[in-house]
Design a protein around this ligand. Structure first.
Ligand code: NAD
Length: 708
């Protein structure tokens, strides 16, 4: 037996009883459509066709799901023949009817496999989907041609353009039978197969269905394409998905498949596809921490305490209540506690008003949250997350108190954004149990969790934190201790440049427009106003020694704060805001302040190009990322990308800042940093020195991703 044949039989089994042939996929964990599985499918179909007794073929899965689609390990290439479209053609052309028993999720190629069969049956709780668009591509095994033939244009477009899972009950034309429960499926499949044999029903080929491109359908596609262009700016694949589905209406089936293949290849060649696929792997890689044994056991976390019920504490507590973990919230004063708990309730009730929670669920979650003003109530918790004021003395006091009451083995975490975790850990007798859990605001919404490893943090504490991130549906990324950790440390030069550009003559709206067009959800000035300009001011106050040599450093922001222009909450910051509105309105007064400060500092204002704005905001951020990698604060460049996408809304179609740099070329980034270093006088000399790691990689023609 050849190797591919023996591999195939290990993942696909074949049996025939009387008139029914059964092909069952069992390639754990997700029936990825690997080469072995593809070979197994073709072999099994051929066996069934060769057996004269067989009249019908049942394709099913022995795993809890049908198939999650393509085998991602094949993305790197190799001998992949037979490819999936070829396999699906063999199935579709089978002269004996093939029934797909879609017992669980069928995604991507998994759903395309079911669509190539002649009949499909499933159960009501099941979901299927074509998520390829998230990888910057489109379904490339006939999905764009077969789905509209079975469903309708709008359903096919919605599923393929959004990539979202869809309940099979929403697809009555795709599934011939939808039983109520998974338990009924086997019996229903048997009855269905018997009926096909008894009634001598034909192999109903989807490819034989003719679609008409009438005026109504034409109008639908033209409207849909316009909407997609607006809603998915920056992404390449969604527009191509529309074109591929449209070709199911304008071309015959075979030509439609060819068109789908062409469009697929066009997507594959785009930087967006490279970026989105990079990000797909980056997210998965973030959860793998090298150097920590797989066998190491995580600690149990069944009860949590949160210290401080302010902006962050409340949101952090909600994350645990949302997944059924009880939380004790500690505040110094009853009043602050009541206020914090009332705010949590209001947040839940708002979700209930939007239909996201039932009122019972609101009560269940609130019942998991208890308040206290006494540390004695924390003696049985497994994890404490401190979210009090950002002041070292306060943090140390809290950790000292925790050290006295918490049980042995309890994890003591801080949500500090900027303070030295190792110094905090020095205030307890068990520094190995101390870790940073840096949530992003709003903590109940933002998916990122920077997990900060201190000098002495124990491996099983890190393992527990990484696991916990998943439990509370966050994306955990391990980072080391430094000012601002990864995310906020890199955002610092970005904010600094945005402010300096204003002094040099750019307006906040120009800078924000350029960054918006690049793909971030908002520019630095809108972001600053939303966060509160006073917050940035306090951070600058805490590190004047680092910036005092530069009199221009965020000077306009300092002036705005001095005038009480603290941002959105004050109705004015870098912009003006009408009462109750979050819409930034440009304010000539701000430009005037910038003009005066520029004159005072001897900076000649000029017109600044959009390209300069983009380079000066983004390249120093990347440069800082290079230093972070050099210092080992982040283990891999893809971790930084994950932090930026989930914590700062960096566009996925650019893959994150480090992937973006790799795409542009590190030599280009280095050269442009040097250009500004020379162009901007003393300011440039100080802030635009390329990182030695960037320099080294650029000289060797390498990328950041080559480091891992
Ligand atoms: P906040 O001022 O809204 O809340 C702090 C709360 O802690 C207040 O309710 C206060 O009463 C309480 N508190 C103060 N001292 C206490 C003590 N000794 N014991 C018990 N409770 C005490 O502050 P916040 O914005 O929630 O920030 C909390 C922490 O989270 C800070 O370390 C901050 O750097 C960090 N953080 C904030 C953000 C953000 O965007 N706000 C984001 C990430 C991290």
């Amino acid at each position: 037996m050849s190797e591919s044949k023996s591999n195939a039989s290990a993942v696909v089994s074949y049996s025939a009883h009387a008139t029914v042939a059964s092909i069952a996929m069992h390639s754990a964990p997700v029936n990825a459509l690997s080469k072995a599985l593809r070979v197994g499918l073709i072999d099994s179909i051929n066996k069934a066709l060769a057996d004269e007794d067989v009249k019908v073929i049942v394709l099913s899965s022995e795993l809890p799901l049908f198939s999650a689609g393509a085998d991602i390990s094949e993305f790197s290439g190799g001998d992949l023949s037979p490819m999936l479209p070829e396999v699906l053609d063999v199935i579709e052309q089978s002269t004996k009817p093939v029934i797909a028993v879609v017992n669980g999720n069928a995604f991507g190629g998994g759903l395309e496999l079911a669509l190539a069969c002649h009949y499909r049956i499933s159960h009501a709780a099941n979901k299927v989907g074509l998520p390829e668009v998230h990888l910057g591509i489109l379904p490339g095994a006939g999905g764009t041609q077969r789905l509209p033939r079975l469903a309708d244009a709008k359903t096919a477009l919605d599923m393929i353009v959004s990539g979202a899972p869809t309940k099979v009950t929403k697809l009555p034309k795709v599934f011939d039978v939808i039983v109520d429960t998974p338990q009924e499926l086997e019996q229903a499949a048997k009855a269905f197969a018997d009926n096909i044999v008894n009634e001598n029903l034909p192999a109903k080929r989807v490819c034989d269905i003719d679609l008409s491109f009438d005026d109504k359908t034409k109008a639908l596609f033209s409207e849909y394409a316009k909407g997609v262009a607006l809603k998915t700016k920056g992404y390449f694949a969604p527009g191509h998905c529309v074109k591929a589905v449209e070709s199911a209406y304008t071309l015959d089936f075979k030509s439609g498949l060819q068109r789908e293949a062409e469009l697929f290849m066009e997507c594959m060649k785009t930087p967006q596809a490279r970026a989105q696929q990079h990000f797909f792997f980056a997210e998965r890689a973030a959860s793998h921490v090298s150097g920590i044994s797989n066998d190491l056991k995580a600690r149990d976390v069944n009860k949590v305490a949160v210290i401080g019920a302010g902006t962050m504490g409340g949101g952090i507590a909600m994350n645990f209540a949302n997944v059924g973990i009880p939380v004790v919230i500690l505040e110094l004063k009853q009043e602050a506690l009541d206020k914090g708990l009332a705010l949590i309730r209001r947040n839940y009730e708002n979700s209930a008003k939007k239909g996201k929670l039932s009122s019972d669920q609101v009560e269940q979650r609130m019942a998991l949250l208890t308040g206290t003003t006494s540390y004695d109530d924390l003696s049985d918790v497994d994890l404490v997350i401190e979210a009090v004021f950002e002041k070292m003395s306060v943090k140390k006091e809290v950790f000292g108190a925790l050290d006295k009451v918490c049980k042995s083995g309890a994890i003591l975490a801080s949500n500090t954004s900027t303070l030295d975790l190792d110094e905090i850990a020095s205030s307890v007798s068990r520094p190995q149990d101390v870790i940073g859990l840096h949530f992003f605001s709003p903590a109940n919404v933002m998916k990122l969790l920077e997990i900060v490893r201190g000098k002495q943090t124990a491996d099983d504490v890190i393992k527990t934190a990484m696991k916990l991130a998943k439990t509370i549906r966050k994306v955990g990324v391990l980072v080391g201790v430094c000012f601002g950790f990864v995310g906020n440390r890199m955002i610092e030069p970005y904010g600094r440049e945005a402010n300096r550009l204003m002094l040099e003559g750019a307006s906040p709206e120009q800078v924000d427009r350029v960054i918006g067009q690049f793909g971030l959800p908002m520019g630095p000035f809108t972001m600053g106003d939303m966060a509160g300009l006073d917050i940035g001011f306090f951070v600058r106050e805490s590190r004047r020694d680092f910036i005092s040599h530069d009199p221009s450093y965020c000077i306009v922001a300092d002036k705005l704060v001095a005038q009480g222009r603290n941002g959105l909450k004050a109705g004015k910051g870098a912009y003006l805001y009408e009462a109750g509105s979050r819409k930034p309105i440009p304010d000539p007064e701000v430009l005037e302040i910038a003009k005066q400060e520029a004159a005072r500092l001897g900076i000649v204002q000029r017109e600044i190009s959009d390209q300069e704005i983009l380079e000066r905001c983004i390249y120093p951020l990347i440069n800082e990322g290079a230093d972070i990698l050099k210092e080992g604060i982040a283990a891999k460049s893809s971790d930084i990308d994950v932090i930026y996408v989930y914590g700062y809304g960096f566009p996925v179609f650019r893959g994150g800042p480090m992937k973006y740099a790799d795409e542009i070329g590190l030599d280009v980034i280095r050269d442009r940093l040097n250009h500004y270093k020379n162009e901007l006088g003393e300011y440039g000399q100080h802030w635009f020195e390329p990182s030695s790691l960037l320099e080294e990689l650029a000289n060797e023609g390498k990328s950041f991703s080559s480091l891992t």
